[in-house]
Design a protein around this ligand. Structure first.
Ligand SMILES: Nc1ncnc2c1ncn2[C@@H]1O[C@H](COP(=O)(O)OP(=O)(O)OP(=O)(O)O)[C@@H](O)[C@H]1O
Length: 610
């Protein structure tokens, strides 16, 4: 192998002699330079601190660069699939620009949600940071007026990122021209299909020139992928990284706690208040109401949390995702509605939802009295919303399935939000045993009836991957001491309070995202108004609940609550031989993660009342 210069992070330093078109034979030790990427891209990769290509990158990059075939890549969540298709696309655009100055759209990247469109656009920005003047990328969004999108597309940007419906709308009004399209990429391909974009995809497929190469990327190979393959691809090369992934193992530990419906609230209260959870925690719940029930419950104890769901304005959602990734908040409560909507809308899924019976009853009009209101509520939700799929929340230590997902596939994607890019993480799931279902009416949810059924599917799925979902044991006799406080708090969180919190938050978020955005751009010091974890005050608050009195704690200390250390999930060190203190942010001379390094942290943050 060619001897390379290394920088302080053991990154290859691009030199004149770095071959830009060398054909790579991907091996386990392949570096990005070996893959034949050009120096400016290597510089951007180094600035992202990527040490070496992930398995999917090592295989997909040379394959896409080689030209010729369409590619269908399946690799696990968090394995770096975005860079696996972006880097060769960027490289081929840079190569084209050496011979032709005519502007044209070379790549169209289709994603299922706005959140993902935003993320892909940011990835393009960072990977093209050393060749920014040669790469023009546009993210289409229905937040922008048509005239603005038209003018953005008028200059034929090299890359367009959009959801299928946006891309289709721009194709129909001739704003988007695909005559010279080199790549059509579908990220989270199965989801793009199951989000009901089928008609849009058909029209896009018909508008794409024959020579365009198609890249389909997904974490799961599902029947939708077969449909897409038929629609877009000519005999694609399929990259399935299953074997490499099994050999490599991963840093995710999975636990399950069997508990009653109200005990979920008891355990989460104890875990957070006794600081058994260390690090950032992503909590999945079943629906929007549940988000606010939990948030108001937390508020009773002075625990700050943020909610993410499809009812919030898109700007707020993007801001929440970004702020959580920047470690501004520790606890994010998400409703994983898209998986539900998929089922409700009877869109193809790889498996029957566990509550298929209930769904059938609903569609036959036999549903209970709350069906119409659910339908009404659904219409307010954003079709292009999704949390468990594709979003790269960085450094999530714990994914907590407060409400167990409805399908094993959904479980797979939820747990994929932690232990990403070679880091470690933990997934902990609450499962309600059948005999405990509907035993505590105020906290019950319909889907819990099938928790055990879905769990057995999940266990099968994980066993097939050589992984284990272990039982997790709390010492319930010790935890019991906290029960009356939990009950006190739960009583305050009424249905009326939840409804009030829901509307209040939308009102507040609309105000923040629309009216005040410009003001805060001009006055960044006042950014704390944009925090999403302020108290909703929709439920009666009880000051005494905010503290944990010593007499509630076991005599042996909080360790007696559980035999294991629930939340402690150390992240693997990426840089060898460098402690946290010694780490310096490039070019700024400050410690990475220090308060001053992050402008959003420079305001006076309210102290966390834990
Ligand atoms: N070679 C690499 N080395 C280290 N980190 C990487 C590398 N490539 C990508 N990453 C980081 O890994 C994280 C996950 O990447 P990405 O979002 O592309 O994963 P994904 O496979 O698309 O996940 P999902 O299936 O959930 O969408 C990102 O934070 C990204 O910056």
């Amino acid at each position: 192998m060619m001897k390379r210069k290394l920088n302080e992070n053991d990154q290859p330093v691009p030199t004149e002699s770095t071959p830009s078109t060398a054909k790579a034979t991907p091996s386990d030790d392949a570096t990005f330079a070996d893959l034949g990427l050009e120096p400016r891209l290597l510089q951007a990769i180094a600035s992202q601190s990527y040490r070496k290509p992930t398995a999917v990158q090592a295989k997909a990059i040379p394959l896409i660069l080689d030209g010729g075939c369409d590619v269908l890549a399946r690799a696990k969540t968090g394995s770096g699939k975005t860079a696996a298709y972006l880097l060769p696309i960027l490289q081929s655009i840079l190569q084209r620009k050496q011979t032709s100055a005519t502007p044209s759209t070379s790549a169209l990247i289709l994603v299922p949600t706005r959140e993902l469109a935003d993320q892909v656009a940011k990835n393009i920005e960072s990977l093209s940071s050393f060749c920014a003047k040669d790469i023009q990328a546009v993210k289409l969004s229905d937040k922008l007026p048509d005239a603005v999108q038209r003018s953005l597309l008028a200059s034929s940007p090299d890359i367009v990122v959009a959801t299928p419906s946006r891309a289709c709308a721009c194709l129909k009004n001739s704003a988007l021209v695909l005559d010279a399209l080199g790549f059509l990429c579908l990220d989270e391909a199965d989801l793009v299909m199951s989000y009901g974009y089928e008609d849009d995809l058909q029209s896009i497929a018909a508008s794409v020139p024959k020579h365009t190469r198609k890249i389909l990327v997904s974490a799961t190979l599902t029947p939708e992928i077969q449909t897409l393959k038929g629609l877009f691809c000519r005999n694609p090369t399929v990259l399935n990284l299953e074997e490499a992934e099994a050999a490599e193992g991963d840093g995710l530990t999975q636990y399950v706690v069997k508990c009653g419906e109200d005990e979920k609230f008891l355990l989460i209260y104890v875990m957070i208040k006794c600081q058994l959870i260390k690090g950032k925690c992503l909590i999945f719940v079943d629906d929007v109401d549940r988000c606010y029930r939990l948030r108001l419950f937390f508020e009773q104890f002075g625990i700050r949390s943020v909610v993410l769901n499809s009812e919030l304005p898109v700007n707020s959602r993007l801001h929440v995702v970004e702020a959580f990734s920047k470690n501004i908040y520790d606890i994010l409560i998400c409703s994983d509605e898209k998986e539900l909507l998929g089922n409700e809308d009877n869109v193809a899924d790889d498996e029957e939802p566990a509550d298929a019976e209930a769904e059938t009853q609903k569609s036959n009009g036999k549903d209970s009295s709350n069906a119409p209101s659910k339908k009404k509520r659904r219409s307010k939700r954003d079709k292009e919303f999704g949390v468990s799929r594709g979003i790269d929340f960085s450094n999530v230590a714990l994914v907590l399935n407060f409400d167990f997902p409805r399908t094993a596939k959904s479980y797979l994607h939820r747990i994929g939000r932690t232990a990403r890019a070679g880091k470690t993480g933990m997934a902990l799931s609450f499962v309600v045993p059948k005999e405990q279902f509907r035993k505590h009416i105020p906290t019950t949810i319909d889907t819990s009836e099938h928790d055990e059924k879905v769990l057995s599917k999940v266990t099968k799925q994980q066993t097939a991957k050589g992984k284990e979902v272990k039982p997790y044991n709390f010492d319930m006799t010790q935890v019991e001491a906290f029960r009356y406080r939990m009950n006190d708090a739960l009583r305050a969180v009424t249905q009326v309070a939840i409804r009030e919190a829901r509307t209040r938050e939308i009102r507040q978020e609309l105000l923040k995202s629309e009216k005040l955005r410009r003001h805060f751009e001009e006055n960044p010091a006042e950014l704390h108004h944009l925090r999403h974890d302020g108290e909703l005050r929709a439920a009666r608050t009880q000051a005494h609940l905010k503290h944990v009195p010593d007499y509630l704690l076991p005599r042996e200390g909080k360790k007696a609550l559980t035999s294991e250390n629930v939340g402690f999930v150390p992240f693997k060190k990426i840089r060898d031989g460098k402690g946290r203190r010694g780490r310096i942010t490039k070019g700024k001379g400050r410690r990475a993660g220090g308060r001053k390094a992050d402008p959003l942290r420079s305001f006076k943050a309210r102290s966390k009342a834990k």
